[in-house]
Design a protein around this ligand. Sequence first.
Ligand SMILES: *[C@@H]1O[C@H](CO)[C@@H](O)[C@H](O)[C@H]1NC(C)=O
Ligand SMILES: *[C@@H]1O[C@H](CO)[C@@H](O)[C@H](O)[C@H]1NC(C)=O
Ligand SMILES: *[C@@H]1O[C@H](CO)[C@@H](O)[C@H](O)[C@H]1NC(C)=O
Ligand SMILES: *[C@@H]1O[C@H](CO)[C@@H](O)[C@H](O)[C@H]1NC(C)=O
Length: 510
Amino acid sequence: MYVTCLGLINLVVLTWSVDAQHYQGLNDLDILPEGKPPSFVTPGQTYRIAAGSTVVLPCRITPAGAYVLAWKRGIAVLTAGPVKVTPDPRVRLLPSPVSTSSLTGIPELSGEGYSLELKDVRPQDAGDYVCQIGTMEPREITHTLEILVPPRIHYVSHTGPLEVLQGATVKMECRASGNPVPTVAWTRKNNVLPSGERSVSGLSLVIQRADRHSAGQYQCSADNGVGQPDTRHITLNVLYGPEVETERATVHTGIGLEAQLVCIVHAEPAPQVLWFKDTAQLGTTEQHAAHARGNRYTLVIRNVTSADFGNYSCVASNSHGKGRGQLTLTGTAGLAVFDSPPLSSEKDSYNVSWSVNSHAAITEYRLFYRQQPHHHHGHHVEMYNNTKFTYRNDWNSVVLPGAGVVNVQFPLPPPYPGVTRQRMFYVIKSLQPSTTYEARVQAKNQHGWNKLSPIFHFTTRSIEMENMVEPSAQPAVYGVSQQGMAPFSSGVREQFTSASVILVLVLKFF
Ligand SMILES: *[C@@H]1O[C@H](CO)[C@@H](O)[C@H](O)[C@H]1NC(C)=O
Ligand SMILES: *[C@@H]1O[C@H](CO)[C@@H](O)[C@H](O)[C@H]1NC(C)=O
Ligand SMILES: *[C@@H]1O[C@H](CO)[C@@H](O)[C@H](O)[C@H]1NC(C)=O
Ligand SMILES: *[C@@H]1O[C@H](CO)[C@@H](O)[C@H](O)[C@H]1NC(C)=O
């Protein structure tokens, strides 16, 4: 058997060398089967292999015997028997694993078959590989090789930074190749896309009306499940004129303190920012220093004097426009903040409390309060007129000295160094039960009156609550029904309120 085989190999090599291109010879080289015709142990299969890797295409037959296996690709013969015909150095024959038949002591050549090894596969290696047995009737199996190619982005619409004007429509594009065809997805570094989505698929990304929020680094990534995704970055710069905001439009300070005025400026390209007091431009002096960190522009006033109080502006400009922020530096107190509960524990009085932030001591407070005017017209108002009760729509005012035991001061942390929180209360008497009032307060220090606070609402307790709820056991606000709390919510309530006013007035007479 061994000898026969060697003879055949010689013949194959000889025949091939005569006409390598048109070699068809295996059919002529049939070996007369000695008994049962051979069959393939390894069925034809499809192999999906990443480019660059090594594939082994198996071909084994049974029974093991004196058959010649040949590998062909199209009409090209790659191997014949144990002989490698193709000059391609990436191709190699691997003897099949040692099987029981080789226990006879006859090595390799008498094995059951040969596997074809192909190293460093390339996209052009894709196709059918035929393993044929040289019998009278040629038998063959076909392996199909698909070469998987990792994604590669071969076109990016913008290689350098992309600069557009605010409002422009931006289109970015990435094209990629690979096998299978990769999908391209768009993301943004450290951010969602302007559409709000984390990622969108498609060869292009369109941004309508670019603004400063659209600026940043975009990324297209091609992926087909083979190897690593391929990724490219596109930096988008949106050019626009300065947009200026103030951190605090009014900065409360005091004599001898350091004050900071802060403008937040967004602009591209980076703006030039100048500071003005009224119309005079401020340079860097012992008293003033301007500095910037990121988009925060700060004017520091080192040792505030009363001459520093007033109106300031930061003016930011770049090649695309100009923006301005207006700020006021004042020694007056900040707005008062009420901190008493919205429901009185009493039916005819209310302990209202508030605090203000001020560096200078508060010398005087003005407290304003009135019954909440109701905005229903007609019926309710007429009712007041008919029953001759004067509905007092105007504000009661109380003037309170700021100094004294009730004016407690708390030092405040930055950003108000040297400013203290000053707390105050006042008990308003002669109120009507079950009635909503509104209050405002204003504070004065050596620099003048501050702005009037926003309106604060409070409600007195109702009379029936006395029997319903134990005030010490439960805060009044939890014990009142919805109807009981809503003043003037019905005609019944109206009459009740009017009656209690009579009661209060009568009591006052005595
Ligand atoms: C602030 O200015 C006042 C007078 O203008 C001066 O007496 C005081 O020493 C200054 N304080 C600081 C910290 O420079
Ligand atoms: C600051 O500007 C406001 C208007 O924005 C004006 O009412 C006020 O008088 C100005 N204050 C000074 C000190 O110029
Ligand atoms: C009013 O409330 C304040 C606390 O907000 C308290 O210190 C003060 O004692 C109260 N006054 C009366 C008369 O209840
Ligand atoms: C109620 O009386 C006031 C004056 O006290 C008057 O201005 C108003 O028009 C009256 N309303 C009605 C509805 O008569």
